[in-house]
Design a protein around this ligand. Structure first.
Ligand SMILES: Cc1cc2nc3c(=O)[nH]c(=O)nc-3n(C[C@H](O)[C@H](O)[C@H](O)COP(=O)(O)OP(=O)(O)OC[C@H]3O[C@@H](n4cnc5c(N)ncnc54)[C@H](O)[C@@H]3O)c2cc1C
Ligand code: FES
Ligand code: FES
Length: 1458
């Protein structure tokens, strides 16, 4: 045992203490934990509990969420906390209980209702985020039996999902909240009582506390349904078995009898709400009816329950008919293990009282239990890191490569945990968590007089926007102060409030210092000495006439760090300023105070003239040199003034209300400027056509079935590459990435790395036995750099070691010497340097010159659309297993492109493709990012496995993935458009430029698709579009959902909006005037057949009531100066098929086994889009058998060769056709046996065919007919058909901050005859949300030298739960048919993404209104994404005027527009 006594000090302990905690009810003892090991690593690697996922490693995605339960001896209560396992040091778990997704339910034992719900409500697509979301919900329900919708939405602030768009998760889980049941007052939760209490708050008194907890759990489940009640009984039984020695069976008898009584009393009321369509409701009712019947046999004594128990599970299994048609899913009632009670062994203070010391490979961990011990340790180790929540230190270790040899946990020091109210305020211990702080202040707010709690209210409001629950549950107030981050959210409030800090060091009296302008000494430096610790702080009360508010602006409302934040305080006497404090974050390397402004204002009157002076004073006090770290300098300066303006108005309103006269009054149109941002709960509708009444029940085609893996995903049992159990002798690979954008490689020296612990080898290009050059179109890229690096993040080599930690540490130690070359980073730089790939592409139709001549108006403009990080939740991963015979290798890869991976591995290894098998079970998202770029990681893994003869695995960390994998192409468009005075476009000359990065990859077809989509939905008789590929020194940009289409569409909607502005006409009208009709020819001469644009458009206008709401928006805007609304309707037409003709092919292999079961292999991969589910439905219809007989296991190159990537939205079309063909052939073969025995079963016909020596497997092939476009002649068919849609969005912006919210979105989408409406709606909502990120939020920040700042969810914001439109309606176009795809369906993956532009252009309309008020030009350039910065700065006014943009080229910006 490696546990040591403490250092030289009286408090040293003599006995060793092994780290002890519980995971899912099982005791875990770790004698020698490594302080640098996280709980996530331990769960996944040591306990092989792989349900908890690694999505980012920095607390920003929530994929790793687990529940930690802690006993509080003083209250005798157990507290449950959602926590990010990726940041929780394993050493912090002593005496705690951990519950993971595996602990609450499984396919075999029965799903927990939460798991079942997320699966059934279509809230899981790729599933990688699902366990984390389940655990956030589970923790909420453990803490609050009847949460509100707001509680629930708040619980998800720390979780991200890249697939679903969140709506189905929120709607599904509303079932568990109060006040949202579709049954209204008939909801079971309003009916049932226990012990005459409200069911939501019931506590059965008088039992042992363990039993009580069982009962609470049972009661909670009982409110869901009888099915859950039965599980509660099972749960009790389980507890009884566990604790029978400690508990008398009488307890259980009475508890169970009480539960039975409750169940009987409540049965009639139990119904389940929230089902999206009638068929689903019917199924649910059937299921419910069966459950009701089973209830009749409810046992009512303990003995009979015990006797019944085995039967119980069987009966439920048989009864539980789930949504997947006739498929018997293995759903059991929730099992006892699903809700492990808090282990009684942890109901003691013994663990808390133990002094801990652990020594790891590089660091030691102390956990003192008294202040004296802590001060002693700090005196001995002044540079030690103190750990509370580890949310700062954990990120530093993981992402900033920091190493802290000594860590001291300060979580168990009574003085640091205390909360005491006193005469001046409330004194709060430094280790008090932010969640506890929130609770404490809320309690004070509810009891103290309002005037005393100004600071408290500002802190509570700020905490709403501070990280997510997982962080707030562990991060402490002391950690926030002492990190001294310039963008800390609390420090500006503390400084403005004049918080007093109490610090201690060994042998010295506690000293108190004020948090004022002298507290922060520099970047991350404070006036607290290294020998001192922060013990507590006193937050003062406010007094009468003292006003205190906090402000924060971030990219995303929820869980985002501030761009600028502020704490502003004023003390007035009548309307004269007696004292004032102004503290700002984000304006300097530390939180700063506007000292001069504070001084100058004392004694002044609070009125408009004071306001005018203040804006100047603030501007002087808060300078920010252009190009300062963080960039956006003019915006940040404007924000400070805007915040103050809001504060001014708020105080002024209060003075007006109190009738204090100061000569100033707030105009009514200014009032809304003071409203703080309010979150509203979402409502939604999804409308689709049910299948025809006569369709047999067994035929699942067209039904809204669940994703076939949804249940496994919800329980954490779905296997992704990194979850595959390790092979014997498996090694882990970590990459060495280039740190230069453009440089010669002088030397790569791995010698130090090779001596490091666990390291086995280093590989570079020299180890590639075959070819090092590759590329999906042209081989213009190296797998591993040989002489030169052409972007930051290029792979230079890789270290292979016994663990990921060892491999990554050693990779960072590889010495690479470069000789700098000058890089090209942006499109504009590439244009200036003529750095193009190949010749430009041109499409021209009509006579441009004549078109312009006939035009009444001609306008010219330009616009830029930024790139987008894929942010699939599962990063790139590959596992190579050498087969030891004939040079064979098997690889498990997270790729959309198994065939390309196979080909490239074979090329790199110099062997034939037939020796390589690539297998893909599923991906945790792809979105195009794993179409080609996944190859660059697979090859070094294969090379290492081949070289070492051992299995080698690699899963990238999020920052590595974002750094190296490439993104959506940024585009720059320049247009000249001619139109008539009634807005008809006659001519368009358009130049498109894309930033392709350092190699061609798929950039040419991406540009081609952009060129094919730059007409939008508009007929333009004379048109020329030229596309140029700009070669730069950033990672190669690649496919991303939409594949250039959205970029082309974006330019088209920009010129449409400009035409509307130029003519002062409604953009809706301009769009209608120019909209394509049936039979029109596009600029690439494709005739539009079955052109449903108009239908989608009209339905959308009608269902959204857009025209009427336009008037309401206009009224709102006329009444509000600083809040503006905008509404926009955008149509979309998206061409379906790969533009490279040869790729429009697919294969399928359908095999019928002798028991009648069917195994299908096809060329498409499953990345969450539900392809396998749809393909199973296709086979179900084609074979006319039940879906339960059909299985798709994986995608592999040894079943279907030479597959096209799963991309271009075309995989259902192509593979569906191939499967349908195969099934039809098989059916034909079986037909004779069916005719001979018409009353027989499928199994009998199959058996007969087998004995008659009929082949029961078919391999088929499909290619899309009639395709073939020629750029030279602008002739031939590009697309098989088009998918159409339209969306209407309404937004509200805050003109002072650039904030916005989406009030409502209505989408009408033409998906033909849907194969699965639930999946199609999921694709629409998911694509819309991703498009919303592209257009509104996701901004890549790259330095002028090519350094990527945005390498994780902390810096790069994708939409979160809070970004769902407040009203979100999706409907599928009725009676749409498509003869060109399988069963009349249409492709859907990509087309809806651009509908999110309706938000962008609604924002543009809102800005236009603000500019109108300020008498600024109505035509203005708004680039995408429309970040808060861009919105604010486009709303030009008297404040922005103070901070004019410096001239381009006159300074070095902090980040550039790619
Ligand atoms: C995903 C995520 C989101 C975040 N969002 C926000 C946000 O919205 N706003 C914001 O302001 N911050 C945010 N943060 C930053 C972080 O959560 C806070 O700074 C947090 O309060 C740190 O507390 P901790 O207990 O985790 O600190 P730890 O990481 O445990 O410690 C941080 C530092 O404080 C020092 N320290 C701790 N206790 C003491 C003491 N008693 N005396 C002296 N020094 C001490 C430690 O030595 C260490 O250097 C976020 C972080 C993450 C990971
Ligand atoms: S992996 Fe822990 S929050 Fe992302
Ligand atoms: S389902 Fe949420 S990330 Fe894929």
């Amino acid at each position: 045992m490696d546990v040591k006594s403490g250092p030289d000090m009286d408090c040293s302990i003599q006995e060793t203490t092994a780290l002890t905690f519980y995971v899912n009810g099982k005791k875990v003892v770790v004698p020698n934990p490594d302080p640098e090991t996280t709980l996530l690593h331990f769960l996944r690697t040591n306990l092989r509990l792989t349900g908890t996922k690694l999505g980012c490693g920095e607390g920003g995605c929530g994929a790793c969420t687990v529940m930690i339960s802690k006993y509080n001896p003083s209250t005798n209560q157990v507290k449950h906390l959602s926590v990010n396992a990726c940041l929780a040091p394993i050493c912090s778990l002593h005496g705690l209980a951990v519950t993971t997704v595996e602990g609450i339910g499984s396919i075999k034992q029965g799903l927990h209702p939460i798991q079942e719900k997320i699966a059934k409500s279509h809230g899981s697509q790729c599933g990688f985020c699902t366990p984390g979301i389940v655990m956030s919900m589970y923790t909420l329900l453990r803490n609050i039996q009847n949460p509100t919708v707001e509680d629930m939405e708040s619980a998800f602030e720390g979780n991200l999902c890249r697939c679903t768009g969140y709506r189905p998760i929120i709607e599904g889980f509303k079932d568990f909240t109060k006040g949202s049941c579709a049954m209204g007052k008939d909801c079971c939760r309003n009916q049932t009582k226990l012990n005459n209490n409200d069911c939501g708050q019931t506590v059965v008194n008088g039992y042992d506390s363990d039993v009580q907890e069982c009962v609470e759990a049972a009661v909670r489940f009982r409110v869901f349904c009888v099915h859950a009640f039965l599980s509660s009984v099972r749960h009790l039984l389980y507890q009884w078995k566990l604790f029978r020695e400690q508990l008398s069976s009488n307890y259980f008898t009475s508890v169970i009898e009480e539960l039975v009584r409750v169940a009987n009393a409540s049965l009639n009321a139990i119904r389940g709400p929230i089902y999206v369509s009638k068929p689903e409701r019917d199924l649910r009712d059937r299921c419910l009816a069966e459950r009701m019947q089973s209830r009749l046999a409810l046992p009512n004594t303990l003995a009979s329950i015990i006797a019944d128990e085995p039967d119980l599970s069987r009966r439920k299994k048989a009864n539980c008919v789930m949504q997947n048609g006739d498929q018997q899913t293995d759903l059991l009632p929730t099992d006892s293990t699903q809700d492990p009670i808090f282990p009684p062994q942890l109901r003691t203070r013994v663990f808390d009282d133990q002094y801990l010391y652990y020594k790891g490979e590089r660091s030691v961990w102390y956990r003192p239990t008294s202040l004296d011990q802590l001060l002693e340790l700090k005196a001995v180790h002044p540079t030690a890191r103190l750990i509370i929540g580890n949310t700062e230190v954990g990120v530093e270790i993981k992402l900033k490569n920091m190493h802290y040899p000594v860590m001291i946990a300060v979580t168990h020091i009574p003085e640091l945990q205390r909360v005491v109210s006193n005469a001046d305020g409330i004194t709060i211990g430094a280790s008090v968590t932010l969640a506890q702080l929130d609770q404490t202040l809320r309690a004070a707010i509810s009891t103290l007089p309002e005037h005393q709690t100004g600071v408290f209210r500002a802190i509570v409001e700020m905490l709403r926007w501070f990280a997510g629950h997982q962080i707030r549950n562990v991060a402490a107030i002391g950690g926030n102060i002492m990190t001294a981050s310039p963008i800390s959210d609390l420090n500006p409030l503390f400084m403005a409030a004049g918080v007093m800090l109490h610090v201690a060091s060994k042998g010295v009296e506690i000293r108190t210092l004020k948090m004022d302008e002298n507290f922060f000494l520099g970047y991350r430096k404070t006036a607290v000495d290294s020998s001192e610790v922060l013990v507590s702080l006193t937050i003062p009360y406010t007094q009468q006439n003292e006003y205190f508010y906090g402000y924060k602006q971030a990219y995303r409302r929820e869980d985002d760090i501030a761009i600028v934040n502020a704490g502003i305080r004023v003390l007035l006497e009548d309307s004269t300023i007696r004292d004032m404090s102004l503290a700002f974050g984000g304006m300097a390397p530390t939180t700063v105070m506007a000292l001069n402004a504070m001084k100058q204002t004392i004694g002044r009157k609070w009125n408009d003239s004071f306001l005018n002076d203040m804006t100047g004073l603030l501007a002087d006090d808060l300078p920010l040199a252009v190009g300062s770290p963080g960039g956006m300098t003019e915006y940040r300066r404007t924000l400070c003034v805007s915040f103050f303006f809001k504060f001014y108005l708020t105080v002024q309103l209060s003075l007006n209300k109190q009738h204090i006269t100061n000569g100033s009054k707030v105009p009514s149109s200014y009032r809304s400027a003071t409203d703080s941002f309010q979150k509203e709960s979402i409502k939604s509708a999804q409308i689709f056509e049910e299948v025809a009444p006569g369709q047999p029940v067994e035929d699942t085609l067209g039904r809204p079935l669940n994703h076939l893996s949804a249940y496994k995903q919800a329980t954490g049992e779905a296997i992704y590459v990194d979850d595959i159990p390790p092979y014997k002798d498996e090694l882990i690979l970590a990459f060495v990435f280039s740190t230069k954008s453009h440089a010669k490689l002088i030397n790569v020296d791995p010698s130090v790395s090779l001596t490091m612990p666990g390291v086995v080898d280093f590989i570079s290009f020299k180890d590639i036995p075959g070819q090092n050059m590759w590329g999906p179109i042209e081989h213009d890229e190296e797998f591993m750099a040989s002489e030169k690096v052409v972007c930051m993040g290029q792979i230079v080599g890789a270290v292979i070691a016994d663990s990921q930690t060892h491999a990554q540490r050693a990779a960072k130690a590889v010495q690479v010497k470069y000789e700098d070359l000058s890089p090209i980073i942006t499109i504009k730089e590439a244009i200036a340097a003529k750095s193009y790939h190949g010749e430009p592409r041109v499409i021209e139709r009509g006579n441009l010159r004549e078109g312009f001549e006939m035009s009444d108006h001609i306008i010219e403009g330009e616009v830029h659309i930024g790139g987008q990080e894929h942010f699939y939740l599962e990063t790139n991963a590959a596992l190579a297993v050498p087969k030891y015979e004939d040079g064979e290798m098997e690889m498990f890869v997270s790729t959309q492109n198994p065939a390309e991976t196979q080909m490239m591995v074979a090329r790199a290894l110099g062997i034939a493709e037939n020796k390589i098998v690539i297998r893909v079970k599923r991906m945790g998202g792809g979105f195009g990012g794993k179409e080609t770029r996944s190859v660059i990681y697979s090859i070094p893994v294969a090379v290492a496995a081949e070289k070492l003869g051992r299995p080698v695995k690699c899963m990238l960390d999020r920052d590595e993935d974002m750094l190296s994998s490439g993104c959506r192409h940024p585009f720059y468009g320049k247009f000249k458009v001619g139109f008539t005075k009634d807005a008809r476009i006659l001519a368009l000359d358009l130049e498109l430029y894309s930033n392709i990065g350092c190699s061609l990859d798929l950039s040419r077809p991406v540009m081609e698709r952009a060129m094919f989509h730059c007409d939008g939905c508009y007929k333009i008789p004379n048109m020329r579009v030229t596309g140029r590929l700009c070669r730069t020194n950033i990672p190669s940009n690649t496919a991303f959902r939409g594949f250039g289409g959205p970029q082309g569409n974006f330019v088209s909607e920009t010129y449409i909006a400009d035409i509307a502005a130029a003519l002062d006409m409604s953009p809706i009208k301009v769009r209608e005037v120019n909209m394509y009709s049936e039979g029109d020819l596009t600029h690439f001469n494709q005739k539009l057949e079955n052109c449903n644009i108009r239908r989608c458009w009209d339905e959308c206008l009608q269902s959204s009531e857009a025209n009427h709401r336009c008037c309401e928006v206009a009224i709102f805007n006329s009444e509000n100066r600083w809040k503006k609304r905008g509404i926009s309707v955008i149509p979309v037409k998206f061409g379906i098929s790969f533009t490279a003709k040869f790729m429009n092919q697919a294969g399928a292999l359908v095999m019928i086994y002798r028991d009648g079961s069917v195994l299908i292999a096809h060329g498409g991969t499953e990345m969450g889009q539900g392809l396998h589910t749809k393909m199973t439905q296709v086979a179900c219809r084609a074979l006319n058998i039940s879906m339960s007989k059909i299985h798709i296991s994986e995608t592999s190159t040894n079943t279907i060769p030479n597959t096209s990537p799963t991309a271009a939205s075309a995989s259902s079309d192509l593979n569906g056709m191939a499967i349908k063909n195969a099934c039809e052939i098989l059916l034909e073969r079986i037909e004779p046996y069916r005719s001979q025995n018409p009353k027989g079963t499928w199994e009998e016909w199959v058996t007969a065919a087998y004995f008659d020596r009929v082949s029961l497997s078919v391999s088929t092939f499909y290619k899309t007919p009639d395709l073939g476009y020629d750029f030279e002649t602008n002739d031939g068919r590009v697309f098989n058909y088009f998918t159409f849609g339209a969306a209407c969005s309404e937004v509200e912006i805050d003109c002072l901050t650039g904030d916005h919210k989406v009030l409502r979105t209505d989408i009408v989408m033409d998906v033909g005859t849907s194969l699965n409406p639930a999946i199609d709606i999921g694709q629409i909502e998911g694509a819309f949300t991703q498009g919303y990120g592209l257009m509104m939020m996701e901004q890549q920040k790259v330095s002028p030298d090519g350094f990527l700042f945005t390498r994780g969810p902390g810096a790069y914001k994708i939409p979160g739960f809070g970004d769902v439109p407040i009203e979100f309606n999706v409907s599928l176009l009725r009676s749409s048919f498509n003869s060109r795809a399988v069963y009349s369906s249409k492709a859907i993956g990509e087309p809806p993404l651009f509908l999110a532009a309706s938000v962008f252009f609604a924002v543009k309309e809102a800005i236009r209104s603000a500019r109108g008020d300020a008498e600024k030009s109505r035509i203005f350039q708004l680039n995408s994404p429309a970040t808060p910065e861009r919105i604010r700065m486009a709303c030009e006014d008297q404040f922005t005027k103070q901070f004019p943009l410096p001239e381009e080229g006159s300074f070095k910006p902090w980040f550039v527009e790619l």
